[in-house]
Write a protein that binds this ligand. Structure first.
Ligand code: FAD
Length: 451
């Protein structure tokens, strides 16, 4: 008999590994593994702070904390979209529960952390605590065959955030407004009555409540559960991303690089980042977020044909391989050393045909509200969170949470930011894979990234 691990509850501290006499436990970053050497001595159970290990020898009872079973609003996901929606709804008087599956809000980061000043100013004052660089210039290197065209624009105002702290701050502001925030709590299902969403099922994976399935009801659920969103699907909304509308991204935080600390650099080169672009954003002293995004259906294209008519075979490689080549070719970056690896996909799609249904609204990446030209989604998620919260408040006050009432949110979205994103999506379609060196496309890109 070996020890039993509750992976949901495990907080990945590694304490159990240190006391094991048989080298039977390994911590594989966020997964604790047990091997055949386990003798079920129970030492690891005593060393676990959260009750994630159980053995025949020692059993520690898990204290069950009573939880409310009903809220006005449940928000799933404590990213920028979810925390903003939760805060504004609580400020308007609703009882709000904000659920986050990670044990630390904002971590791991899946972002290059760029945000324009105007977008931020709509929501909160910039704070040096979560800003790691201020930028006022943009440089785009447009590589066509063996030729390079460099475009330079200055005068804008933007930030490179410390996303981990930024997201945490947004959640703290929500809590200060009265939101009940729960971390390490996964939503694993939705409650449905006929076709109406009535709440969610959660998996308690923390030491306070133990792992059990609990149903919590709400008048409205806002799903701000990011690119991996499943809540929309469970509710019957079509949120599947086509490969061609997905950017596969990878990034290093490089220390010791030599780039202009006030300038965001972009490279458009079909051999370096087919269908997307590479970036180098300054971060702190001699640091930079250096990454790239590649269109996910690249392997279906036989070759990338560029605007000058050349067919360029990009060659099969992982996206990490593309990034390695990009860094190796630039001596200013090649002298740096990676201190963080960030991986993630970005939806560059149209929003789903339906973003709401009875009792449910989708917000942020869950609703694919990312700029299809730039891949920027932080500000859009916050804007959508605000709109969704306002409609949820009105709906709950009117006692009318039908899809018809909640549709005020997508209507408003499509008249404002959503309209711009649709326009940029069409532009991307007009200049498909391999044609994104076109001057008109590059000009539009420059405008969108702050030119
Ligand atoms: P998220 O920030 O993804 O938050 C969703 C949250 O929901 C997560 O914390 C997740 O753990 C939680 N969750 C998911 N499922 C569940 C569940 N079942 N139960 C409980 N919790 C759940 N945007 C920019 O504006 N600027 C950039 O420079 C930029 N660079 C990027 C670089 C990369 C490599 C990537 C991948 C993205 C980048 N983006 C950028 C996009 C940006 O990160 C997202 O658009 C933004 O985070 C969306 O916010 P959100 O609140 O919708 O979702």
């Amino acid at each position: 008999m070996t020890v039993i691990i509750d992976q949901e509850r495990c907080a990945y501290c590694g304490g159990c590994v240190s006391v094991c006499p048989e080298e039977a436990l390994t911590l594989a970053e966020t997964r604790l593994l047990v091997n055949e050497h386990c003798i079920d001595c129970g030492d690891c159970v005593s060393a676990c702070p959260v009750g994630a290990l159980q053995s025949e020898e020692i059993q520690i009872p898990i204290r069950q904390e009573p939880m409310r079973k009903q809220y006005d609003l449940i928000v799933v996901g404590a990213g920028p979209g979810g925390s903003t929606a939760a805060r504004l709804a609580a400020q308007a008087g609703l009882s709000v529960l904000l659920l986050e599956k990670r044990q630390e809000i904002g971590s791991p980061v899946r972002c290059a952390e760029g945000l324009g000043h105007d977008h931020l100013a709509d929501f909160l004052e910039p704070d040096p605590q979560w800003i790691s660089a201020m930028v006022n210039q943009v440089e785009i290197t447009n590589v066509i065959g063996d030729e390079k065209e460099i475009l330079h624009v200055s005068g804008g105002r933007g930030y490179i955030l410390e996303r981990r702290l930024f997201d945490r701050t947004l959640a703290e502001l929500a809590a200060q407004a009265g939101v009940e925030v729960r971390v390490k709590t996964s939503v694993t299902g939705i409650l449905k009555e006929a076709d109406t969403i009535k709440g969610v099922t959660i998996d308690h994976g923390n030491y306070i409540t133990g792992t059990e399935k609990v149903d919590i009801e709400a008048s409205v659920v806002i799903a701000a559960d990011g690119i991996e969103s499943q809540i929309g699907r469970w509710a019957g909304l079509d949120t599947q991303l086509p490969l061609k509308d997905t950017m596969v991204c990878i990034q290093y935080l490089l220390a010791g690089v030599d780039i202009d600390p006030g300038c965001n650099h972009f490279t458009i080169d079909p051999r370096i980042a087919p269908g997307g672009y590479a970036w180098a954003f300054p971060k702190g002293q001699e640091g930079a977020n250096v990454g790239l995004g590649v269109q996910a259906d690249i392997w279906e294209a036989e070759a990338v044909t560029t605007d000058n008519g050349q067919a360029q075979l990009v060659g099969k490689d992982t996206v990490l391989g593309f990034l390695t080549r990009f860094i190796e070719r630039d001596p200013r970056l090649a002298q740096g050393y990676p201190v963080t690896l960030v991986a993630g996909n970005v939806p560059v799609a149209l929003s789903p045909h339906e973003m709401v249904t009875d009792g449910l609204m989708l917000v942020g990446d869950a609703a694919r509200q990312v700029d299809p030209l730039t891949g920027g989604g932080i500000a859009n998620a916050m804007t959508a969170g605000k709109m969704a919260a306002e409609v949820a408040v009105a709906a709950i006050q009117a006692g009318e949470t039908s899809k018809h009432f909640l549709s005020r949110y997508p209507e408003q979205w499509l008249k404002s930011t959503g309209r711009l994103l649709r326009r940029n999506y069409r532009l991307r379609e007009k200049f498909p894979l391999g044609r994104r060196n076109d001057k008109r496309f590059v000009q539009a890109f420059l405008l969108a990234v702050g030119g």
